[in-house]
Design a protein around this ligand. Structure first.
Ligand code: ADP
Ligand code: GLC
Length: 486
């Protein structure tokens, strides 16, 4: 059977540009798919950060006459992990300061509909007869709202490839005024409940969910949750009608990038057979964040966007009580201005016990995974979550709200799960401050039982979260959509 060719369209890909887990997935999944014989190529916008890292690329196409969009070029190169990448170069839309979606003050770019309309349109052109390339994908794999219009464009194009739409986070939908429809050159007929319309507006994500041939989400549990009102963000009806074409596949992790035995960011590397390096990482982290050097006090780690989704407000609320347990807190994140301020104020009020770094720091994120004793994620919802996977690999049991992919990846520690060797962290139902506090207290109780704690850490480190199985599951979805047998 011929190799399947897949265009993987995404708005961020590590290490070129990253704001969150989508970049990690876009960086690692294509490589894992290539390893099992799928010819995947990535398409990403040419933001400043991407353009400055490109080496040895060639111009392979120019688009001068896409109605409603400025001229753009397609550059072709290879990423450090050997995955081929098409970079959509359109300086007026992508080359500016700030981030991919927002300016440096945290406001969405006013022209996001056009910016991601172009990305979606070019992905569809490459997947249709109109493509100027000699490489023709059999299928276009879209990710989140930024590429949500691609399945719609493909639907209306001639001789076009089918599409798969992956939902990484249903909370972000790409909603714009209905008048944009004309600028984006979609037929007026698609502005309907059976189309791209969402409560009177245009929704990029809904376009993807409606027109894609298959939908995937980043964990099996989240695939169920988004069909219910509580976490369906208004899409639960549509998603339920599409449930036969909806598959949940748990994200994997890049086990080379996230490996405590080789991680160059760590003060000392370690493995489950030689754990002394982990204690050295704790000391290094405590020093870096100005925390007291008390080996017996458990250190809780957090690396997160500071948003309502992540439930960090709950953790900040109980932080003073936590210092009395006692535990120390090491927090890294950016986001909501008020949460950032509260976190910084706490660090001032509890010097030596709470350390906070506001910013985006890849190295420090690894150091927290390694140096902390436990990792906290009180997310209100979590499509998959990657940090709980990293923390288990680093022998840092996660404490998580039982939601989304956290349920699929963390086994609560009980007498039974400790005994059968499956326990890998602590989960709690209901995202209340009391439940969070009680669960942290439960974890701290076990921490002081050294033998049990070591067993728990060992279980965590023995788990396999590599992309291998998940990549095979994506390949199975591609085959199904293409109507091919293995
Ligand atoms: P989400 O994509 O919803 O933010 P995930 O858990 O899937 O959540 O992925 C978040 C990714 O971004 C992880 O790789 C995490 O380490 C990283 N990350 C989040 N905030 C920061 C930060 N402030 N500095 C460095 N890395 C961060
Ligand atoms: C989103 C979700 C997160 C998921 C990530 C990668 O950002 O919030 O839970 O892990 O996408 O799929």
């Amino acid at each position: 059977m011929a190799e399947i060719k897949v265009l993987f369209a995404t708005s961020e890909v590590a290490p070129l540009i990253k704001t969150g887990g989508l970049a990690d997935v876009s960086g690692a999944l294509p490589a894992a798919l290539r390893a099992i014989g799928v010819d995947v190529r990535v398409l990403v916008p040419g933001y400043n950060q991407v353009m400055s890292q490109l080496a040895n690329h060639q111009v392979v196409a120019t688009f001068d006459d896409l109605p409603g969009f400025p001229s753009s070029r397609l550059l072709f190169g290879t990423m450090a992990n050997d995955v081929p990448v098409y970079v959509l170069d359109c300086a007026s839309l992508y080359q500016r300061g700030g981030g991919p979606y927002q300016d440096s003050n945290g406001h969405d770019w006013a022209d996001n509909a056009q910016r991601f309309g172009l990305l979606s349109q070019v992905a569809a052109v490459l997947g249709s007869r109109a493509s100027p390339l000699t490489w023709h994908p059999d299928l276009v794999h879209c990710n989140d709202w930024q590429t949500g219009l691609t399945p719609a464009y493909l639907h209306f194009a001639q001789e076009s490839a089918p599409s798969v739409m992956t939902v990484h986070n249903l909370a972000f939908q790409g909603i714009f005024p209905s008048e944009m429809l004309e600028n984006l050159h979609l037929p007026p007929s698609c502005f309907s409940i059976d189309g791209v319309e969402y409560f009177g507006n245009l929704s990029f994500l809904k376009a993807g969910l409606f027109y894609a041939d298959h939908i995937t989400t980043v964990s099996p549990n989240y695939a169920q949750e988004i069909q219910q009102e509580a976490l369906g963000f208004g899409m639960q009806g549509l998603l339920s009608t599409r449930s036969a074409s909806l598959t949940g596949i748990l994200n994997g992790i890049d086990t080379d990038e996230w490996n405590p035995a080789t991680d160059p960011h760590l003060a000392k590397t370690y493995s489950s057979a030689h754990m002394s390096g982990k204690a050295a990482c704790k000391v290094a982290l405590q020093r870096k964040l100005g925390l007291n050097l008390e080996p017996a006090v458990p250190l809780l780690g957090v690396v997160s966007r500071f948003t309502h989704q992540k439930g960090l407000d709950l953790l900040l609320e109980i932080a003073p009580r936590l210092t009395e347990l006692p535990v120390q807190l090491a927090m890294l994140g950016t986001g909501d201005a008020q949460m950032q301020k509260t976190a910084r104020d706490l660090a001032h009020r509890y010097p030596g016990q709470i350390g906070v770094v506001v910013g985006f720091d890849e190295g420090l994120s690894h150091q927290i995974e390694a140096g902390a004793d436990m990792f906290v994620m009180p997310s209100r919802f979590e499509p998959c979550g990657l940090n709980q996977l990293y923390s288990q690999r680093y022998g840092t049991p996660p404490i998580v709200h039982a939601t989304g992919g956290l349920v699929d990846s963390v086994v609560d520690c009980t007498a039974a799960t400790l005994k059968d060797g499956t326990a890998s962290g602590f989960t709690f139902d209901g995202e209340t401050v009391e439940n969070l506090f009680n669960t942290i207290q439960r974890a701290v109780g076990l921490y002081h039982d050294t033998r049990q704690w070591e067993a728990l850490r060992c279980n965590c480190m023995a788990k396999n979260f590599s992309w291998k199985n998940s990549a095979a599951a994506y390949r199975a979805v591609y085959l199904k959509v293409l109507g091919q047998q293995d």
